[in-house]
Structures are given as C-alpha cells and as structure tokens.
Design a protein around this ligand. Structure first.
Ligand code: SAH
Length: 214
C-alpha cells in the first residue's frame, strides 16, 4: 500500500483536528503529519485511519487515538537525539512519531505476536527502532539511563524501575490508575532522589500487564 496525495490530505485534516483539541507543539504536529497511519491499520480498517479514534490491532490491543499519541508526545517534550524508551510497542505508530521527532527509540512489547509483526513491519517503512520482547515494567536496565520514558498502557501502580532508569532532568510519562480510566502523570527527575510529579487529565488505555506472553 502506498502513501498518496489523498492520504496526505486526510492527514492534514486530522492534524488540524488534533491542533483544535489543544496540541500546540508544532514539532509534534509535524511528526503526526509525516507518519502514514493507514499503513499501521489492519486491512479493512484502513479507511478509518485518519479518524481521531483508537482501533483494534489484534491480540486484544489497540492503536492509540492520534490525539492521545500527540498529547503524550507533547508532555514528553522530546528533543532531537534523545534516547527514548517506549513501553508498549503495539502497532508501532507511537514509535514512528517519536522517530520523526529525531529520537532514538528503544521499544518493548509483551505480546509476542505483536512484537514479531511490528519489528518486521516498522523497518520496512523506514523506521529502524530497537525492538525488545519483554515486560516493560522492568524497563531496559542494560540500555539505561534514558532521556525520556513513555508508557503507552495504563499502569495500576507507579513503575518504580522506570523512574530509576531516567537521567537527571529526564521525563517519564505514564497513565496511572485502575482499568476504568487513568490519570496522565508526568514525572521529572530533579536529582538522584528527587522527582517532581504533575497530573494532566484522564484517559482510557489498555492495561499495562506484568510478565510477557509465550
Ligand atoms: N504505542 C502503541 C499503543 C499500543 S496499546 C501504538 O501506538 O500502537 C499498548 C500496548 O502495550 C499493547 O500492545 C500491549 O500489549 C502492551 N503492553 C501492555 N503491558 C505491557 C508490558 N508490561 N510490557 C510491554 N508492553 C506491554
């Protein structure tokens, strides 16, 4: 499947919609404009790709709503060359948005089928991320510390290991709460043992689950 002028036109309308909902960081909007979301959707759902909605991607998971991707990315305040850890690779859409912003991305997925699918698909359209199959609650100790850490599933408790894998000055964005809805939480590491926490409204994510599938 290709990225046509029609797709680009639909994407422009989506980006304007997302801007209208309060996303002001032009780097985020430009990244959204570049990623061909229709290529990340299952066949049959492709025609809905430029609606501002989440959609199923198999294995009971979803590709996040573009507004939510933009909101999390804006909070993360990604800079060029940042080393970013993403928990929940899923379709790889968020990974691609981070890469369009110039980040080097390490991404972890606990569902084996999704991990296998996305680690072969994303590089095929030019996004060479570093893919890992495992439990994101554990982070990636071997590659720590990170400038930025983004959790794209709802965590019932604060993932303390992720906080410890942040650089000083680094930022962690994680939706926190029970299965009903989660509070978008932003943590800035001020020093070795000082963290500043702010909250940014309620969202609904699929759950961050412990362990990985076989
Ligand atoms: N960033 C994705 C969002 C996918 S939904 C996208 O843009 O499409 C969240 C993903 O997190 C799901 O694929 C789910 O399987 C994964 N996930 C849930 N718990 C996890 C964990 N502990 N470690 C890694 N991935 C996890």
């Amino acid at each position: 499947m290709k990225d046509t002028y029609r797709h680009k036109g639909l994407r422009k309308i989506l980006v304007e919609e997302v801007r209208g909902k309060g996303i002001h960081d032009t780097r985020v909007l430009e990244a959204l404009m570049k990623v061909p979301r229709h290529l990340f959707m299952d066949t049959g759902l492709e025609r809905f790709a430029y609606k501002d909605q989440a959609f199923p991607i198999g294995s009971g998971q979803t590709i996040s709503q573009p507004f939510t991707v933009a909101f999390q990315t804006q909070l993360l305040d990604v800079r060029r060359h940042d080393k970013v850890l993403e928990i929940g690779t899923g379709s790889g859409y968020q990974t691609a948005v981070l890469m369009e912003m110039g980040a080097t991305v390490y991404t972890i997925e606990r569902q084996r089928d999704l991990y296998l699918k996305t680690q072969s698909f994303l590089p095929s359209i030019g996004y060479k991320a570093n893919f890992f199959y495992g439990d994101g609650y554990e982070g990636l100790e071997a590659y720590a510390p990170f400038d930025r850490i983004l959790v794209t599933a709802g965590a019932t408790e604060m993932p303390e290991k992720l906080k410890s894998q942040l650089k000083t000055g680094g930022i962690l964005v994680v939706p926190l709460g029970d299965s009903g809805s989660q509070v978008m939480t932003r943590i800035v590491r001020k020093s070795d043992d000082e963290f500043e926490k702010t909250e940014h409204g309620r969202f609904v994510f699929v759950p961050l689950l412990k362990g990985r599938t076989m």
